[in-house]
Design a protein around this ligand. Sequence first.
Ligand SMILES: [Cu+2]
Length: 533
Amino acid sequence: MYDRPYKDVRSFYQVAGIHGLPYEPYDRVIGVHEYNSSGWVKDRWGGYCHHGDSIFITWHRPFMLLFESILVNEAKKIALQYNVDEKEKYVEAAKQLRHPYWDWADEKAIEGVPEIFLIPEIEINTPNGRKKVKNPLKSYTLPVDLSHPLEKGHNPWDKPHFIVPTSVPFTPAGYPTIRYPNDKYEDQNDILNASLSVYVSTVFRPGLYQMFHLSEYLPFSTIGTEQSEGTSVPPPPSVFFESAHFASIETTHDAFHLVSGGLGGHLSHATTAAFDPLFFFHHVNVDRLFALWQEVWVSQNIDALGTYTEEMNATIDENTDLTPFRKTKTEIWKSSDIRDIEKLGYTYPQVTMFKGQDPKNLQAYLLKLYKPDPYYGLRFFAKLTIKESKLVGPYSVRVFVNLKNATAQTPITSPHFAGLVAMWHNINHFHAINNICVMETVDITAAMKQLGIRIEIHNYTQEVNNVTDLLNSTTIFDIENNITIVPVLLNGKGISLNEAGVNKVEVISFEHDKVNPNFLEENTGQYYDAKNF
Ligand SMILES: [Cu+2]
C-alpha cells in the first residue's frame, strides 16, 4: 500500500487521505452532503470523517473495512511470490489475515506502546529471503506535501531550528509521520510512553468501564451536549442533547489521539491522524469496542439502530450515506448496513468467545477486564460542561483533587491528578453558532482513594441539615477546595477556564456494582456540589 503510486485508490496515501487532509475526493465520491449551501464554506471540515455526531462510530467501520480489504489483497499477492516450499503457508496466512488491533486500555498498555510501533527497522522473511526493512508500523513517509508550509521555523526542513508546531503539522514530501517530535524532528517515545501510562489508568480504563454500562446507542456512541442557558436559537437537528454523565466511546477515543500524537504529532489532529499507521490499530480497536458493546446490549434487539432516528431528524440517521465508502458501484454503505460484523466477514476473539451466551456474561467479563482500580461500588465523577466554540482543539482539561494550586506545570503523575477531558474533535459549526456545550466526566475515585479521602457509602440520615431538612451537600465535597480544573494546550501551556470554555463543574457519585446498572437513571446518582465559572 505504501509503494503504490499515491494517486492509486489502493495506496496508503489515498486511503489515509479520506479521513482529513488533503481534502480531495476519494474514488470520485464527491458526497451529497457537501457543506456548500449555508455560507460557511470557509470553516467547513474538509475531510470525510464524522466526529462529534451519532455516526462517528459507524462511519469508521467501513473505513477500517476498506483499509483491511486492500491490505489483505496485497498480502494474497505477496504470498504467491514465495517459493514452492513456503508458498502454501503464506497463501493460507494471507487468507486468515485481518488488520490487528491494539487494546490501549489493556493493563499491559501501562508499560507503553508495543515496541513494534517504535523500532526503526524490522527483520522479515520476504519472498527473496530474510531482510531488514524500514518498519512500516513506525511511520509513513509522505509522497507529496501534506498541508501547507507553516511559519518559518515550524517546518521539518527548518531543522536544526525546527520549532514544534502547535497547529496541524506540515509534512513535506519525503518526511515521515511523527509522535511527540523534538526540535530535530525526531520521535520522543519516552514522553509518549510516560504519558500513555498515566492515561491508561486515569482515562482509558475508567472510560471503557463506564461505557460498557451504557445501554443506549447515542450516549454510548458520541459526546454529550447541551445548549448554553439563555440561547434562543432552536437546537440544531443533528445535535443530541442531554447525554450521559459518562464517557462515550468517542470521548475515550479522543483522549487516545491526544496522548499518542503529542505536540506536533500527526495523531493529535483529525486532519492528519490517519497518516500514522498506528491510527488503524487504534481504530480497529475502537471498532472492536463497538462490536463488543453491540454484543452486550444490542444482539437481541434488531431495532436498536432505531435510536438513531428517535433523537435525530433526517439530517443524520442510519440511512445517511457513509461517504466515500462504496458498497457497490452505485451504492454507498449506510449505518444500517454495517451493524452485523459477521455479515461483513470478520469478528473479534471476545465476540466469538461469548457467542450464544447470556450477554451479561460478556459484560461482566469486560467490566472485569477494564476495571479501573480495585474498588468496585461507589464511584465519584467530576462532570464538566465545556463550551465547544470557545477554543479550537486539541487541548485537555485536567482535573486535580485536593490540590488547590495545581497548574499546567503540575505533572500528571501527581497523585492528585484524577484524569482529563480531551477536547479533540474539530469545532462543529452547528455547535458553534448555537452555543453548544459538551458534557464530559472524569472518574476521580482512584485519586480520592490514593489521597485517603473517605469514599465509603455515607449514612445520609446522619447528615441531613437540621435547619433545612435537606441532605448536607458538602459532606464529602466542597468543590471550591477539593477540585481544581486546569485546561492545558498541547504545548503544555496553561490557559484560563474562560479561554477553554469551561462553564461548570459538578461532582456526582454512582454505584457501579448494582445488578445491571444503568447510569442514565437519574435516581441511581448522588449529587454533591456544583460550581459555575
Ligand atoms: Cu480517531
